[in-house]
Design a protein around this ligand. Structure first.
Ligand code: NAD
Length: 336
């Protein structure tokens, strides 16, 4: 899609990846960007850098993907929708009924409103969680659905609802295009403490600040593909611009980093001389997950360019310039 002069609605646009995507979109010659978010996890602070852009509009009538009349109203005249709103992995584990409502029924509501309002394209946020533990590496998009979590199940359902409704309406007056993005482990400024894998970065930085040895659960050999949030935003814009439809893409770097290496990197970057301390893991979802970035590069011309060290530096800088927000995010987890 040529996005110049077009209107977009970003569902979940006040969250981590959503707010960076809003910023990325507003760097382009788009006509309007509407954020549709119920602020359960997202915040207005996340939109601070673009809040004065006259093209930004925050849907303020009570944005919730469970409320179909609001979705209908928000999508009127919208050319493209980005759908980020979802409950996160650990919340889906604790509250599968709520996860079913928001991630599955809510995604259906978003799709229905897209179809009813002739929105031209959707970029759907899936997840590398659909793959579960690696049966082969790097994981390309044909890797089996080896998922065992309810969160992953809800993303698989989302992918298949996109595909089946796309096929059903293809070529008719209700035709819409879509792409699905499977992000790997997303980190960067504005992240909070809710992530199952990623919160480890925030917790290690807290420990280092407080002179406490960073805790590693298990032996630290579990390895992931850490991708910078700004790169995820770029992937979203590339997917909206792209000519492909009915495809899923990994959003990853292809680089393997173990938790032990990540922790040692943070120790070095913060100039600490503390040693790692190891604890038995009480809950571990996936031990290995490294993606193949090839399909996104070939079909969307997207490559995640941020080096891990540089991205972590940006996160550290953000933490030191947003101490109050970081405290709030820490308290939000401690109070539960
Ligand atoms: N962050 C990651 O590492 C990661 C990895 C893989 C996939 N994903 C997926 O990418 C998407 C974005 O992730 P994120 O990390 O930015 O999440 P996030 O929680 O920061 O953002 C989601 C936003 O949706 C909003 N929201 C939640 N329920 C809503 C509802 N009922 N109605 C309206 N808004 C609602 C929240 O307030 C939040 O601002 C999610 O779908 C997530 O599952 C994230």
């Amino acid at each position: 899609m040529d996005i110049r002069g077009k209107k977009f609605t970003v569902v979940g646009g006040a969250g981590l990846i959503g707010s960076h995507t809003v910023e990325e979109l507003l760097k382009e010659e788009v006509a309007e960007v509407t954020v549709f978010d119920n602020f359960t996890r997202g915040s207005e602070e996340n939109l601070a850098e673009v809040i004065n852009d006259p093209r930004l509009n925050i849907y303020s009538l009570g944005a919730n993907i469970m409320h179909t009349d609001h979705l209908d109203k928000a999508f009127k005249g919208t050319d493209g929708v980005f759908h980020f709103a979802a409950l996160w992995l650990l919340q889906c584990y604790d509250f599968p009924r709520s996860a079913f409502d928001v991630n599955i029924a809510g995604t259906f509501n978003v799709l229905e409103a897209i179809i009813n309002n002739n929105v031209k394209k959707l970029v759907f946020s899936s997840s590398a969680s659909v793959y579960g533990d690696a049966v082969r590496e790097p994981m390309d998009e044909d890797h089996p659905y080896n998922n065992e979590t309810f969160y992953g199940a809800s993303k698989i359902a989302g992918e298949h609802m996109c595909r089946s409704l796309y096929k059903r309406h293809k070529g008719s007056d209700k035709h819409f295009d879509y792409s699905g993005l499977r992000y790997f482990n997303v980190y960067g400024p504005r992240q909070d403490y809710h992530g199952a894998y990623i919160a480890v970065i925030m917790k290690i930085l807290d420990q280092l600040e407080n002179g406490i040895s960073p805790t590693i659960y298990g032996d630290g050999s579990q390895a992931y593909d850490f991708v910078y949030v700004g790169d995820c935003a770029k992937a979203n814009v590339a997917a909206m611009k792209g000519d492909t439809s009915d495809e899923f893409y990994n959003v990853c770097t292809g680089h393997r980093t173990s938790i032990k290496d990540l922790a040692n990197m943070l120790i070095e970057m913060t100039g600490s001389d503390l040693e790692l301390s190891y604890q038995e893991a009480d809950q571990m979802f996936v031990k290995n997950r490294i993606g193949s970035p090839d399909k996104a590069k070939a079909e969307l011309d997207f490559t995640a360019l941020m080096e891990l060290k540089e991205g972590l530096n940006k996160l550290i800088e953000w933490r030191s310039s947003h101490k109050e927000e970081v405290d709030q995010r820490r308290r939000a987890v401690e109070s539960n």
